[in-house]
Design a protein around this ligand. Structure first.
Ligand code: DAH
Length: 341
């Protein structure tokens, strides 16, 4: 028995000292191979008495198994050491380790635009494209702002040498879209707009709007209120009340400023709504008959509403961004702090 213990002890040492596959294999052959030490011992079994056979048999089997397990474990060590070495020599790339680099994400404006598009699509509107460079006609005349009209002052913009302009509002696409589809029509057209503005915390020379138009028989202010309420309730994820105040825009009659009940304090009054319970959100109105006519639609037969939602503002409100300039800044650090809901 003592001899067996010594065999195990020696085998253990040799296994520990083996540091590559070949030497481990040698140890295996030395002990467990055909002519190995343990195998030889097993052969002596037949010289023993029945009782001795039993105890010796159990013991030598235990030792055989233990040596076998030690060799297997040592093999696993080799695998681990190999991987560790590869990691050290940087040949190994573990794709499951999270990157230390900043992850990319969509811009808050894009996220909000996609949300608004989804909402309007679900209400049966189509989504149209508008040009960024427009004719003066489409940007102004076609929406009832003739030359020398004072409303042009409020929308000073950048003129190109060929007389075209960077569009000052998404309304610039109204005429093209009416001509393309005729009535009835239910469309939104998001886009980037440009104005020659004095810059401050809430004014930028480049900003985003979504224009919406619905033209059909018997369209009234009630339809306008319904769709705006529905859209806002979806954006803010809770019921939002709206109210209309009179507002002047040459392309609508009557024209309105649409206010929403403050989504932060539910109309009770807070800093954001300057304690009034309401926030001015979006101009809108019933499309002026001149605009319909210029779009090739008979105002005797059809009416419609239109709105121009400044969603740079809406994005600021929705994501708690206080500086409009941040939206166009490409400042990833600041934008990634926007509280995307
Ligand atoms: N185009 C206007 C602007 O940018 C906004 C606007 C007002 C659009 C009333 C509309 C509307 O469609 O009905 O100032």
């Amino acid at each position: 028995m003592e001899k067996l213990d010594n065999i195990l002890l020696n085998a253990k040492n040799e296994i520990d000292n083996a540091n590559e596959k070949q030497s481990l294999n040698n140890v295996y052959q030395k002990y467990l191979g055909k002519d190995g030490i343990v195998t030889q011992e097993l052969k002596h079994m037949k010289e023993l008495s029945q009782d001795e056979k039993k105890t010796f048999g159990m013991e030598i089997n235990r030792i055989k198994n233990e040596i076998f397990m030690l060799i297997k474990n040592r093999e696993k060590d080799f695998e681990r050491l190999k991987i560790e070495k590869q990691i050290e020599s940087t040949q190994f790339v573990d794709l499951t380790v999270p990157s230390r680099e900043r992850r990319g994400s969509l811009h808050p404006i894009t996220i909000l635009q996609e949300k608004l598009i989804d909402i309007f699509l679900s209400m049966g509107f189509t989504v149209e494209d508008g040009n960024e460079i427009e004719t003066e006609y489409n940007n102004f005349e076609a929406v009832n702002i003739p030359k020398n009209h004072p409303a042009r002052d409020m929308q000073d913009t950048f003129y190109l040498e060929n007389g075209q302009v960077l569009k000052t509002h998404t309304s610039a696409a109204q005429n093209r879209i009416m001509r393309k589809y005729g009535a009835p029509l239910k469309a939104i057209f998001p886009g980037r707009c440009f104005r020659n503005e004095e810059l401050d915390a809430s004014h930028e020379n480049t900003f985003f709007q979504i224009e919406g138009m619905m033209i059909d028989k018997d369209v009234s202010v009630a339809n306008l209120i319904y769709f705006m309420k529905e859209m806002l309730t979806n954006v803010f994820g809770k019921e939002i009340n709206v109210r209309l105040r009179p507002g002047f825009f040459p392309f609508v009659e009557p024209g309105f400023e649409l206010d929403i009940s403050c989504p932060y304090c539910d109309g009770k009054g807070c800093k954001v709504c300057k304690h009034s319970g309401w926030i001015e959100l979006c101009p809108c109105g019933m499309i002026h008959p001149n605009v319909l006519k210029m779009g090739g639609i008979d105002p005797e037969k059809y009416q419609g509403f239109a709105f121009g939602l400044g969603f740079s503002r809406l994005a600021m409100m929705n994501y708690d961004i206080t500086e409009i300039r941040l939206l166009n800044s490409g400042n990833i650090k600041a934008l990634s702090q926007a509280k995307i809901k």
